[in-house]
Structure formats: C-alpha cells, structure tokens
Design a protein around this ligand. Structure first.
Ligand SMILES: [Zn+2]
Length: 149
C-alpha cells in the first residue's frame, strides 16, 4: 500500500559522517494535497541545531507554496545490515506537521508497508481549546495585558 513512497524515500538516503554526526541517514518524502512530492534528509548537528528529515521535506513543500500534507513517510537503513525501516515521526515533527495547515490533522503518516495513522491519532487532543465559561473572563487593559496583577 505504501511501498511506492517508502522506496522513494529510501532513494534519498545518503549518509555522511561529519565529525561523528550523521547527515542524511534518515530521509522523508511527503505528498501534498495536489500530488506533488517533496523530500528531505535529516541533519544531526550539535546543541539541538539539527533537524529531522520530515522538517526538511516540509521546508521544501513550503518553498513550493504548499502546506497541506496528504501522506508522509521517513525511513532509515541500518548501516550494518542494510535493512530498511520506516520511522515514526518524533513528537516535534508530529506537532510541526499538524501546525502547517489546519487540515493536516488528516495527514496519513506511513508507519510500515501496510500500516499508517493520521496525525489526529498520533497527536490526540492537540486542538486549541474553547474558552472556559464567562465566570473565568477578566477585563483586560487596552494594551491587552491582564488587569490582574
Ligand atoms: Zn522529528
């Protein structure tokens, strides 16, 4: 069911060891609502400055003028065995996908050849909540700061 996208992502893998850090050892491909494919790889740099393959693919998509993701996958190949695995997105990427477009709660995240879940399933209860009842409402100053100190 998802073999095409998994194979496409695997083609982007290009691991390079840079001072003990791996660049390009995880690759992602996404399909937008218009059917356009975008890909990217991870860059693992120090002090949290790197980014996931999904983020790279999403940046390419936004560069192309789209934000709605229909389907996305990330893969990694074990350097010792050559085995290919589908990686579920990390928590940050799950939120990142959901925040790209309101309809991305329906984005299909590929988790295996025949396995997938929607962002709604992977990030439950992430919708912006309704305000509490009016008894919790307080006047605000004209500059928007709360009147309460
Ligand atoms: Zn991630």
């Amino acid at each position: 069911m998802h073999e095409d996208l998994i194979e496409e992502a695997a083609e982007l893998l290009n691991p390079v060891d840079v001072g003990g850090r791996l660049f390009g050892n995880v690759a992602s491909v996404l399909v937008t609502e218009t059917g356009t494919h975008h890909g990217g790889v991870c860059i693992d740099t120090g002090s949290g400055t790197g980014f996931c393959a999904e983020a790279a693919a999403i940046a390419a998509m936004v560069t192309g003028g789209e934000r709605r993701i229909a389907r996305i996958v990330a893969v990694r190949r074990d350097p010792a065995t050559g085995e290919l695995a589908v990686l579920p997105p990390c928590g940050r990427c799950r939120l990142f996908i959901s925040q790209m477009h309101p309809a991305n709660h329906e984005t299909v995240v590929v988790l295996g050849l025949e396995d997938a879940a929607t962002i709604d399933q992977l990030v439950p209860r992430s919708d912006r909540p309704d305000p509490l009842p009016s008894r919790f409402t307080r006047p605000v100053n004209p500059d928007g700061a709360s009147a309460l100190t």
